[in-house]
Write a protein that binds this ligand. Structure first.
Ligand SMILES: [Fe+2]
Ligand SMILES: [Fe+2]
Length: 285
């Protein structure tokens, strides 16, 4: 006997649509998207407009300047952040700074995990000499955004899913599929649609557990999937998620790193992941 489906897919999707109309986030995002699409908007106009929102500006600048985000103490204006990071990264960060804010206490490991995967994604992209490594960092930060939404919007049901995963020793996305009928990667994809995030972010978010499926942005998916595995291996999984098992062979194909390079990478990010374990979201405020 299969478990009952406790959340209805269509109504949950509606809930997500409503989530995207929460104050601050959508207004700002909408304005942001419109300005980005308008060829007459200059970077300076843009930074000026965004800076009108003091709360988001200060949160954004704190995040961008944090040691974990990679530009410690270097960025003082939104315009500068935009020039350095690009629209897509900034959009991802606006979402992050809003969404992670409402995280219940029991989901703090998920926050640490997301920060860790962000770090690892950037390090892997860097090792592979890929362009726009900050896009990888932001995809890593958002890869489990579907879980964040489950914690916030369906806390009780999600607790049931986590309990079920523990008892049945199931991987979280499989337990989600069994009990909810969809998984956090599906939710991530819906959110990306709602927020009109570009495919280069949406696809890694949607396929980080099935890296063999997408035909475009394969390398991006592979980097995020590998970062997820590495970070769990370093003991920073979310909700005591089980280890993911042997990596998909597609990762080896997509990510041509030698053993020496992987060792170097682990040495590089190991201490950062370790120090993350004692952090709470408040430390980043
Ligand atoms: Fe995931
Ligand atoms: Fe993850």
């Amino acid at each position: 006997m299969g478990k009952n489906i406790i959340l209805d897919k269509a109504s949950f999707r509606k809930k997500i649509e409503r989530l995207s109309s929460l104050p601050t986030l959508p207004n700002l995002l909408e304005k942001f998207s419109k300005m980005v699409e308008d060829p007459n908007t200059t970077m300076a106009d843009f930074g000026k407009e965004l800076s009108k929102d003091q709360v988001i500006t200060s949160k954004l600048l704190k995040l961008v300047n944090s040691a974990f985000y990679g530009f410690p103490g270097r960025i003082s204006t939104v315009t500068h952040a935009l020039v350095l990071l690009g629209n897509d990264v900034l959009k991802g960060l606006i979402i992050t700074s809003n969404i992670f804010e409402n995280l219940p206490h029991e989901a703090y490991p998920l926050w640490r995990h997301s920060m860790g995967v962000s770090l690892a994604s950037r390090a892997i992209a860097n090792e592979l000499s890929l362009e726009d490594i900050e896009e990888y960092a932001v995809a890593g930060l958002l890869h489990d955004i579907g879980k964040v939404v489950l914690h916030i919007e369906a806390n009780e049901e999600y607790r049931e899913v986590i309990n079920h995963a523990h008892t049945a020793e199931q991987i979280m996305w499989q337990a989600e599929r069994e009990i909810l009928g969809f998984d956090h990667a599906n939710i991530g994809r819906w959110l990306c649609e709602e927020w009109t995030l570009p495919a280069k972010l949406a696809i890694p978010i949607a396929y980080h557990h099935k890296p063999g499926i997408p035909s475009e942005h394969k390398i991006r998916v592979a980097v995020i999937a590998l970062a997820d595995i590495v970070v769990r291996g370093l003991g920073a999984g979310a909700e005591d998620d089980l280890p993911l098992g042997p990596p998909d062979p597609i990762l080896e194909e997509q990510i041509p790193l030698t053993l020496t390079q992987i060792r170097k990478l682990l040495e590089e990010i190991g201490p950062e992941i370790e120090s993350l374990k004692s952090l709470v979201p408040e430390d980043m405020k």
